[in-house]
Write a new protein. Structure first.
Length: 437
């Protein structure tokens, strides 16, 4: 079918981008409408995505692409919500995707405990990165599909909700899945428009972006990540949503676990006042940025992790969404432990190698819509820089499918090294590389 309103056709628009030219604004609207409605075919959108991946889109094209994706669905507005007679201060964060990135779980609870409200539209795993919804669905009964009425009620009552984007930017949901299977994920304009369409449609009054850099991120260099951060911050500003970005290191996994239920367990440790230093540091810093944007300056996120108030909010949020934390989290029944063949010091652990291992174990998808194994993943016993003795456990792998263990171990091989005395120690990279001005 062709559009009655505009004189476009997909092959001409694909050729325009293939040959390195700008897509016309009305042509972008036509493509996004047509793809959402189904009259631009999957093959045509696949070809266009590859042309965009190779040729890019400038700021104006990205802004129009984002606008068209927002217009493809519902837009939420929480400005009328009140708590104790005062307007609710809504704020959210989004990560561009990492390995072991369970930060959303403690973060939404901490920020809620400090007095703001966090409506967090989240996604499932993309490429090698884990998805927040896949993690939360490892909790028995957790339901990520919230009606707008329930979401609004939960924001006022609990202060946090993590939910499937659903009717928000449905064009992104389709494109996200298509990019995943056409090797077109790592494109600055496609990531920027994907993140910002969901987040601007979501209706939070302010936004903090965690832009990952390194081997386990879509952006491998700080320059690429900075360009992505700038593009997204500008898109937020254009919509009147104050937006800040942090560039954070993703060359080794965050925390000590990668995989859905394993990461929920680690998030619960952080909410109980413990957990890995890097997860705590990033949670607290992102919370500070979010609270600052929300105009809450008298709260102490680190204290909320220690005094149990963040844990109370997390428990309340999970319960409000049908989850039952008293049911033990699933853990893959088949395990393999990788041990050190010599003593020394743990060197760098390559985030991508661990992500691929977790994916092979069943923590991620290889076809769209595939069920993930909630109990699959990798536990990291020795972090970079920690001493190691010969025979000591370095990693434990979990899966329900025994034949997945050998390929997963193969992915880990070469992704880490135990250093001997005299070897160059692992580079100490700052976790938080920089913040946008
Ligand atoms: N997160 C998103 O929402 N979209 C992307 O493209 C990458 C990360």
């Amino acid at each position: 079918m062709t559009s009655a309103v505009a004189p476009f056709d997909a092959p001409t628009l694909i050729a325009t981008k293939r040959d390195g030219h700008r897509l016309p604004d009305a042509g972008i609207d036509w493509l996004i409408d047509g793809y959402t409605a189904g009259w631009v075919a999957e093959e045509q959108m696949s070809a266009l995505l590859m042309a965009i991946y190779l040729r890019g889109m400038d700021e104006q094209e990205t802004a129009r692409w984002t606008r068209a994706m927002i217009a493809s669905g519902e837009q939420m507005d929480f400005t009328d919500l009140r708590r104790d007679g005062l307007p609710l201060k809504t704020v959210d964060k989004h990560s561009t995707g990492g390995v072991g990135d369970k930060i959303t779980l403690p973060l939404v609870a901490v920020v809620a405990a400090c007095g703001a409200a966090v409506p967090s539209a989240s996604g499932r795993g993309l490429g090698h990165t884990g998805g927040t919804l896949d993690k939360l669905e490892a909790i028995a009964g957790f339901d990520a599909t919230l009606s707008t009425a329930r979401l609004r009620e939960q924001l006022v009552g609990v202060g946090a909700a993590v939910f499937a984007a659903g009717a928000l930017a449905p064009a992104d949901a389709k494109l996200y899945a298509l990019r995943d299977i056409t090797a077109t994920v790592e494109s600055l304009p496609l990531i920027a428009s994907s993140v910002m369409s969901k987040k601007l449609a979501e209706g939070a009054a302010a936004l903090v972006l965690d832009v990952k850099v390194g081997s386990g991120a879509f952006m491998k260099s700080a320059e690429q990540a900075r360009a992505l951060a700038d593009r997204m911050v500008d898109l937020g500003a254009a919509y009147g949503v104050p937006t800040r970005a942090l560039l954070t290191d993703m060359s080794s996994p965050l925390g000590a676990t990668v995989g859905n239920a394993l990461e929920v367990a680690e998030a619960l440790e952080v909410l109980a006042g413990g957990g890995s230093d890097d997860v705590v540091e990033l949670t607290v810093r992102l919370a500070q940025e979010m609270l600052d944007l929300a105009g809450i300056h008298d709260a102490d996120p680190a204290h909320c992790l220690r005094d149990g108030t963040a844990m109370d909010r997390f428990t309340a949020m999970v319960a409000a969404q049908g989850g039952d934390l008293s049911v033990p989290l699933p853990l893959g029944a088949c395990t393999e432990t990788v041990t050190a063949d010599r003593g020394g010091v743990m060197g760098d652990i390559d985030a991508m190698a661990v992500a691929q291992a977790a994916w092979r174990l069943g923590a991620g998808r290889s076809t769209p819509g595939e069920r993930v194994q909630h109990g699959a993943g990798v536990r990291i016993h020795r972090r970079p820089g920690e001493p190691v003795t010969a025979g000591q456990a370095l990693f434990t792998l979990y899966t329900d499918t025994p034949e997945r263990l050998a390929p997963a171990c193969g992915e880990l091989d070469g992704g880490y090294r135990v250093l001997r005395l005299g070897d160059t120690p692992p580079l100490r990279r700052p976790l938080i590389i920089e913040a946008t001005p």
